[in-house]
Design a protein. Structure first.
Length: 188
């Protein structure tokens, strides 16, 4: 099955999205049909943008993905859906791994810490971990989005190429069969 057909099966209808209150408030930006097309470029850019936004430790990751998708002309629905990679169940492992990666890259020693929701922790504890964590999050975001874009773009291209090759083979078989039937008529 082609990726386009598979994605259309699971994505919401664009007319339904255009009728939502948010779409009406945003004006013509979100109603641009290019933001809803399913082709190798828009799908790969949309998912890459969503993954990049998912690894950023900020509130409003979906809004960031929407802005990037509009600017880079990626598929808007897939950009928003890809941000769901980071969710309340995956925040802790993602950000801990980002902190460890950032500590290793920036050559800062890892600090044992406990997260508290207090002003004192924000003033002292967070200041010790924010540089390695932000650098690790940025590296993860760049790596995940680059890998996703390359994989999806190349995979889509490969699937289309295989389909074209199969069509070419099927046409060659039909031509050969029709030539055999024609030659059989001439012999008789």
């Amino acid at each position: 099955m082609m990726p386009k057909k598979l994605l259309r099966r699971y994505l919401p209808n664009t007319s339904w999205i255009r009728d939502t209150r948010l779409a009406r408030m945003s004006g013509c930006m979100i109603n641009d049909p290019n933001l809803w097309h399913l082709n190798k470029r828009s799908v790969s850019v949309g998912i890459a943008v969503g993954l990049f936004s998912a690894f950023m430790p900020i509130p409003g990751q979906m809004l960031l993905a929407v802005v990037f998708a509009i600017v880079l002309r990626g598929n808007l629905a897939l950009a928003v859906a890809a941000t769901w990679v980071s969710n309340p169940l995956t925040y802790a492992p993602i950000f801990y791994f980002a902190y460890r990666l950032g500590s290793w890259i920036t050559l800062q020693p890892e600090v044992a810490f406990e997260i508290e929701l207090s002003l004192e922790w924000l003033q002292h504890g967070f200041l010790q971990i924010y540089k390695p964590m932000l650098s690790g999050c940025f590296l993860l975001a760049v790596f995940a989005s680059s890998l996703a874009h390359t994989t999806i773009y190349s995979g889509w291209r490969l699937m289309v190429r295989r389909r074209w090759m199969k069509r070419r083979e099927n046409r060659a078989v039909v031509v050969v069969n029709s030539e055999d039937e024609d030659s059989g008529l001439l012999v008789e």
